[in-house]
Write a protein that binds this ligand. Sequence first.
Ligand code: CA
Length: 239
Amino acid sequence: MATLLIVEDDALLLDALTGQLQQLDYSVCTATSVPQATALLQDQAVDGIILDLGLPGADGMELLTWARAHIAGLPVLILTARDGVEDRVLGLNAGADDYLTKPFNMQELQARLQAMLRRARQPAFTQASSAAGGASTTIGPLVLDHASHAAALNGDLLDLTQREWELLELLVHRCGEVVTRDDVLAAWRASPPEPGQTTAAPLNSNALEVYVHRLRKKLDQSNLAIRNIRGLGYMLEKP
Ligand code: CA
């Protein structure tokens, strides 16, 4: 269970957010100001911060700067009403991992949190290679054999190209979590070109969409669905 620190001075929003994240199995601690948050962070380990910027006394950006200087690799998602491009750039340049503006959609916040915490735990490369180390993975009607790069659906061998296999393996490995476009493209770029391919096909978002489309068709006869997570990537839903 990941522990999140929410820094938010709007009591209603803080309560609602705490309740919803606890329902999603996060352990939550809260602060309503920058001094309160820094005191808490010196005392308690957290896995990530949801940070409001408009706080009484000191601005949330001060906490971001403090956290960057004192706690290596602690992921921070800024959740603020400041929706200007320059605010966003300022926040990301100061080291925030993500930036979401109010009003926000809870599902989107959840997806972004998951992606952020996962990135913080392990870089994409290690994820891809550790997935390849296991013997086999079963998700519902789908079985992946990692050594032979073969997949079977309802007992029938799936006809997959190398890129399709790599995409499917990533999705299966992180079933129920968002796999970003960059994660897939990084895994593709780290692997050799497809056999029989004389010129390397461009590996970009358009190519990825094509592969996702093909994979969906191949998983057609099952309860497995690859969902589009807008602006982020894809997620294999748990059957
Ligand atoms: Ca505020």
